[in-house]
Design a binder for this molecule. Structure first.
Ligand code: KIV
Ligand code: ZN
Length: 508
């Protein structure tokens, strides 16, 4: 296959990204992220690992049925995995089966306990089976960057002969350096005789903070598919961040001379959405999408930017979709202004969704004088992130002070009945959580609690993100309110609802 001048963006936010410790996305969230990725212009969405759980299977199937770009399912080189992968992805307009097997001595010896001959044989068998089901087959040599190059070339040649249309070279543990990784990609073109029949892809992890640099080096050496995630999510230190690598290709197009299909003004919104759904905040100094990416603090810089932004900005905030948050709506705004504003911000909601969002907007406008773009963004995102409300917060009351033990009374609605409990605690939030778990029953230990203002001003919306653990899994919950105790209870109840939803799914 000719390695042309357009990069194929293979996004694995929903698969490797979901492997980020503590991240657990539900089906509506995965679908919503997939729709954002599609609208962003991603070429291939890796929607999950269907054999890993019934939930993943359902998610891959749902994504396949709902987007028109290519959808990939990850599978080990095991017949049952490949069959399940195909069952999940076959509804896609452009299905892809992605099989992987490790090729490094370390993985073959300690993890697979297989001799290289067996790995070679299984890799070929896996690709043959996948090819019998699906035209588009990707093969990944896991831990490729630590594999013996000669063995890597041998496996690549064999899987291409067996029908692989894309061969992926992962730097699974983020160990490679840019020069070394670029040389490896170059050597693959030189040493694998049938390499022109396949697309060469790379998948870089960020353990040494070099995932983007390694990916760019691979591109310079001929790779034409790159595997990325939004916000660089992924196992351990994460994967190559899509927004960073895409903006590097865009801003430095003179160096790379390679096109891509990403609609870059949608990057910021997608990043925000993924951050909300995963509960993983974007670092303020993160390149491209961090809060400070276009902030200029020193007087000299501010002066320069006012004189001409190119003094200190190598790209415009608009080019990545970071527009200034303007004061837009208030209590008296009508539904038309509201829905026009949402369209201008790029949302296309159904009539019912607008009615619903407008009702929540009015509630917020009662508590907050001016509603900004950011408030609206949060309001819309919050709704999408909801799970079945097995328990819903009805009311709470808190008594707290520096010379008394905090006490909380919480009322939740469950199956249309109200339940109230009171409890004391080490501070108002602890007391409210104790009262909440008394109503629900069982232990709901808190693994993480994070609070931040998501909009500006004294009446800012506060967002609380919590993680509770249950049966060895962790569930992220979010709560949003102008009142931080209310946001805290909402987040806790949301996390518990997620855990219950998961339990029901497993039972069902
Ligand atoms: O990091 C890795 O090697 C992977 C493969 C499954 C592609 O995620
Ligand atoms: Zn990976």
């Amino acid at each position: 296959m000719a390695q042309n001048n357009r990069i194929v963006i293979f996004d694995t936010t929903l698969r490797d990204g979901e492997q980020t410790p503590g991240v657990n996305l539900n089906l509506p969230e995965k679908l919503e992220i997939a729709r954002h990725l599609e609208s962003l212009g991603v070429d291939v969405i890796e929607a999950g690992f269907p054999a890993s759980s019934p939930g993943d299977f359902e998610a891959v199937r749902a994504v396949s049925q709902n987007v028109s770009c290519s959808v990939a399912a990850l599978c080990r080189c095991i017949p049952d995995d490949i069959q399940k992968g195909w069952e999940a992805v076959k509804y896609s307009k452009k299905p892809r089966i992605h099989v992987f097997l490790a090729t490094s001595d370390i993985h073959m010896k300690y993890k697979l306990r297989m001799e290289p001959e067996e790995v070679l044989h299984r890799a070929v068998e896996g690709v043959i089976l996948a090819k019998s089901l699906c035209d588009d087959v990707e093969f990944s040599c896991e831990d490729a960057s630590r594999s013996k190059p000669e063995f890597l070339y041998q496996v690549l040649e064999a899987v291409i002969d067996a029908g692989a249309t894309t061969v992926n070279i992962p730097d699974t543990v983020g160990y490679a350096t840019p020069t070394e990784f670029g040389a490896l990609i170059q050597s693959i073109f030189a040493k694998v005789p049938n390499i022109s029949k396949a697309m060469v892809s790379v998948h870089c992890h960020n353990d040494l903070g070099m995932a983007v640099a390694n990916t760019l080096s691979a591109i310079e050496n001929g790779a034409r598919q790159i595997e990325t995630t939004i916000n660089g999510l992924g196992e351990r230190a994460g994967n190559c961040s899509m927004e960073e690598v895409v903006m590097a290709l865009t801003v430095r197009s003179g160096i790379y001379g390679i096109g891509h299909g990403i609609d870059t003004p949608k990057l910021y919104r997608t990043s925000q959405r993924v951050s909300k759904f995963t509960g993983v905040s974007v670092a303020i100094n993160k390149a491209i999408v961090g809060a400070n990416a276009f902030a200029h603090a020193s007087g000299i810089h501010q002066h320069g930017v006012l004189a001409n932004p190119i003094t200190y900005e190598i790209m415009t905030p608009q080019s990545v979709g970071k527009t200034d948050s303007t004061l837009v709506l208030g209590k008296l705004s009508g539904r038309h202004a509201f829905s026009d504003k949402l369209s201008a911000m790029g949302y296309s909601l159904s009539k019912e969704e607008i009615v619903d969002a407008f009702a929540r907007f009015k509630l917020l406008a009662d508590r907050k004088k001016t509603i900004t773009d950011k408030d609206l963004e949060v309001l819309i995102t919050q709704k999408v992130a909801e799970v079945p409300p097995f328990y819903r917060l009805e009311a709470f009351q808190i008594q707290s002070g520096n010379k008394m033990q905090a006490m909380a009374s919480v009322t939740l609605v469950h199956n249309d009945k109200k339940y109230t409990q009171a409890a004391t605690g080490d501070g108002p939030i602890d007391a409210a959580y104790n009262a909440t778990s008394r109503i629900i029953g069982g232990e709901w230990p808190l693994a993480a609690y994070d609070i931040k203002a998501v909009t500006e001003g004294v009446d800012a919306l506060g967002e609380v993100i919590v993680r509770v653990t249950q049966d060895g899994s962790s569930y992220t919950g979010r709560g949003l309110s102008t009142d931080i105790i209310e946001a805290s209870i909402l987040a806790y109840v949301n996390a518990i609802n997620r855990a219950i939803a998961q339990r029901e799914r497993v039972r069902g």
